[in-house]
Design a protein. Structure first.
Length: 310
C-alpha cells in the first residue's frame, strides 16, 4: 500500500476534539457520542469501523453540523465549523455520500442532468466521468437514465462517481460497499486511492475488510466511543482492545469457516462499553477507562497488554 505521508500538511484537514453529541428534542437529550477525538490529514484515507449502532452515522451527522453538540469542537483547516463563516466554507468543500442513494438523487432527472447541475452551468469534464465510471464498472449509457431505472448498487456507484468529479477537500462515504459486488468494491477502492492525492477521505463502514485494504489509519467505534485507533498494519498485527480482535475473528473467511464464535454475556456493565461481551473483563473495567497511547497506536483498555499475553 502506497502512502502520501510526505505530501500532507502537519495540521489536520478535519479534526474532532473531545466531542460529545446526540439527539435533542423539546423534552430530552439522548447522548450518542462521548468524548470522541478524531482527525484526518490532507491526502489521507481514514476508516471508521464498528457494528451497526456503534455511532458511526451519528459522527457523520455531527461533522455535517446536523445534531446537538453538548461539548467539544470540530475543526476544518484549524477553525471551528460552528462559526458561521467557516461553516459555509466547510459545507462547500465537503461531500457526504450516504447509503440511501435513491433519496440523494432526483428521481425525475437524468444522471447526466444532475451531474451537470453540480457545476452550475460550468463545463462537465467527460474524461473525468469516463475514468470514474471505468473504475466503478459503470457504462456511459447510464448518463441518459433516471435514478428509478437503476439498481440501488448502481445508484450508489453513480453518487461516488459524482463525488469524485467534484474533487472536494473532504469526502465522507457511509457504508460504501453496500450493494456492490467484489469487482465493484475493488474498483471503488482504486478510485478512492487516486482521489486521495488531493482529497481527504473518510470511509465509514461495518464491513472491515475493504477498510483495512484501503485506509492509512483506522478508528474502531462501539457504543459512541473510540476504543482504538492506529495505522492499519499496527491494528492488524497487534490489536490493543479485545473488541477489535473479536471483530477480526468474526469476519467470514476460508481459514476460520469452522471456527465457533462463542457468545459472552457478563454481568459487568461498567466503564468499558465492551465489558458485557469481553472475555477478559475484571473489576477494573467497571471504572471510567482513559484513552491511552502506545506510540501512534491509541486504545481504551485498562487490561492491555495483560489480556493480549494470555
Amino acid at each position: 500500500m502506497q502512502s502520501n505521508h510526505d505530501s500532507r500538511d502537519i495540521r489536520p484537514k478535519l479534526e474532532i476534539r473531545d466531542l460529545s453529541c446526540g439527539y435533542r428534542n423539546r423534552d430530552n437529550y439522548r447522548e450518542i457520542l462521548r468524548n470522541v477525538d478524531f482527525h484526518v490529514n490532507k491526502g489521507e484515507m481514514v476508516g471508521v469501523i464498528g457494528e451497526i449502532g456503534s455511532g458511526k452515522t451519528t459522527m457523520i451527522r455531527a461533522i455535517e453540523g446536523k445534531i446537538y453538540r453538548s461539548s467539544g469542537d470540530i475543526l476544518y483547516d484549524g477553525e471551528s465549523i460552528f462559526s458561521g463563516k467557516n461553516f459555509f466554507k466547510f459545507r462547500k468543500r465537503r461531500v457526504v455520500v450516504r447509503q440511501d442513494s435513491l433519496n440523494a438523487l432526483r428521481p425525475r432527472y437524468s444522471v447526466e442532468f444532475q451531474m451537470r447541475k453540480l457545476f452550475r452551468g460550468g463545463k462537465l469534464d467527460m474524461e473525468d466521468v469516463e475514468r470514474s465510471f471505468r473504475y466503478l464498472g459503470l457504462s456511459m449509457d447510464i448518463m441518459e437514465k433516471l435514478p428509478v431505472q437503476l439498481s440501488d448498487g448502481t445508484r450508489h456507484r453513480v453518487l461516488i462517481a459524482m463525488a469524485s468529479i467534484v474533487k472536494p477537500d473532504i469526502l465522507i462515504v457511509d457504508e460504501p460497499t453496500a450493494g456492490l459486488d467484489t469487482l465493484g468494491i475493488k474498483g471503488m477502492l482504486r478510485l478512492f486511492r487516486e482521489m486521495s492525492s488531493s482529497t481527504s477521505i473518510i470511509i465509514v463502514s461495518s464491513d472491515i475488510i475493504p477498510v483495512f485494504q484501503a485506509c492509512d489509519r483506522i478508528y474502531v467505534m462501539r457504543n459512541g466511543q473510540i476504543l482504538e485507533d492506529g495505522k492499519w498494519h499496527d491494528l492488524l498485527e497487534k490489536p490493543h482492545h479485545p473488541y477489535l480482535k473479536d471483530l477480526m475473528n468474526s469476519v467470514p473467511s476460508v481459514k476460520n469457516r469452522d471456527r465457533e464464535c462463542r457468545e459472552v454475556n457478563n454481568e459487568n456493565t461498567g466503564g468499558c462499553v465492551y465489558s458485557g461481551k469481553c472475555r477478559y473483563v475484571n473489576e477494573k473495567c467497571s471504572h471510567e477507562i482513559p484513552y491511552m497511547t502506545d506510540g501512534d497506536h491509541g486504545y481504551r483498555c485498562i487490561n492491555y497488554p495483560e489480556w493480549y499475553s494470555d
